[in-house]
Design a protein around this ligand. Structure first.
Ligand SMILES: Nc1ncnc2c1ncn2[C@@H]1O[C@H](COP(=O)(O)OP(=O)(O)OP(=O)(O)O)[C@@H](O)[C@H]1O
Ligand SMILES: [Mg+2]
Length: 353
């Protein structure tokens, strides 16, 4: 993809004007435009390889002080878990933050989004399609020792974004983990911890049901992000879900923080807004910015893009930028808090208390 100056300004919602961007390019603060041998600019635009270096300079996101793993999970289907994962993953990667998505849903939605070449095309023969499906290896193959973690960590169209794809064998993996010692920790010990050596952010896209893969994801996570539909049908589910998470955290002695994001908001509907307000009043860490129901949001997913990439100037595109920034500021705040907590704990231990 090519990013003209205006497109780049829109993508990052930057306050800089064209003149300032050109100056930054001339001064070497931003990557160089392609030039002829005699130094004349051929085209005032960047490509996909360069855009994250531009984002790092003029964007709105920075990596956190340590690598972090996030599970995107709630026990309800169709509430934009995978769409949120896609938007967060691409937004971070566009800011040159090394990001890896781990797909844990047998439906494979995030995999087909981030690996479009894995999608079926009309021209593909049945034979080729079967060969392609057979060739994809994932966590189950890694568990069986047939491949290394590097072999299943695949590149995407953005240089800073990788994915461990979902395969149908995840069903078998869910069962096989039960026979392991430390069965709640298989993913953390073998996948997430090693990934943290290479990536700043790991996003785990979960299925909507509790299973062993999900409890492994929670155990491996520093943060749990739960999308909540701004719809009345969600209320009863939320109560049960929160109780489950609390109990699991207590039983496993885990201390991940839970962050809630409103989704499918209908800004013109009174009830939808009231539900959002109710969440904001009753839930800790409920983000002010919710994701509205929108065709741009839906179309962006179909195009395998984040909403700011697909429709940067729309309300939906602006909203994802604001949401990502708000999430990132909250995490920074919580990270500072946990740093202090860790310091205090070690001081208490030092004093032998
Ligand atoms: N802002 C939006 N408004 C309306 N629809 C959207 C929006 N963003 C994404 N969608 C569409 O909503 C559908 C469901 O979203 P998504 O797959 O992210 O939900 P999910 O919670 O991951 O579902 P599942 O539980 O099946 O994994 C998708 O087809 C997606 O294209
Ligand atoms: Mg999903």
């Amino acid at each position: 993809m090519n990013y003209s100056i205006q497109k780049t300004i829109n993508l990052f919602g930057s306050q800089l004007d064209k003149k300032q961007i050109l100056e930054a390019e001339r001064n070497g603060i931003l990557p160089q435009f392609p030039r002829t041998k005699s130094g004349v600019i051929k085209k005032k635009s960047w490509d996909s390889e360069q855009i994250s270096l531009v984002g790092e300079q003029i964007g709105y996101l920075k990596s956190f002080g340590r690598p972090l793993a996030f599970s995107i999970f709630v026990t309800k289907g169709g509430v934009l878990k995978s769409s949120l994962t896609l938007n967060l993953a691409r937004s971070f990667a566009l800011h040159n933050i090394k990001t890896c998505v781990v797909g844990l849903d047998m439906q494979g939605d995030i995999t087909s989004c981030l690996l479009p070449e894995n999608q079926q095309s009309d021209e593909e023969s049945l034979e080729d399609a079967l060969a392609r499906i057979e060739a994809t290896q994932g966590l189950a193959d890694f568990f069986e020792g047939r491949v290394n973690l590097e072999d299943i960590t695949l590149a995407t169209d953005l240089p800073c974004l990788s994915i461990i794809p979902e395969t149908p064998e995840l069903v078998a993996l869910d069962q096989s983990i039960i026979n392991k010692n430390r069965r709640e920790y298989w993913l953390k010990d073998n996948v997430i911890q090693p990934l943290k050596e290479k990536f700043d952010i790991i996003l785990i896209d979960c299925s909507p049901n509790w299973n062993r893969l999900i409890t492994n994801a929670l155990t491996a996570s520093d943060y749990l992000i739960s999308p909540l539909e701004c719809k009345i049908s969600n209320f009863r589910n939320l109560k049960v879900f929160r109780a489950f998470v609390q109990e699991f955290k207590k039983d496993m002695n885990l201390n991940f923080e839970q962050i809630f994001v409103g989704t499918r908001l209908s800004p013109n509907r009174k009830l939808s807004n009231e539900i959002k307000e109710f969440y904001a009043d009753t839930l800790p860490h409920f983000l002010k910015t919710s994701i509205r129901e929108s065709t741009q949001g839906e179309e962006a997913v179909a195009m395998s893009l984040s909403v700011p990439e697909y429709s940067s100037n729309s309300a939906a595109g602006q909203e994802i930028r604001t949401l990502t920034l708000e999430l990132s500021s909250l995490i920074r705040l919580l990270e500072n808090g946990s740093e202090k907590r860790i310091e205090q704990e070690s001081m208490t231990k030092d004093r032998g208390l």
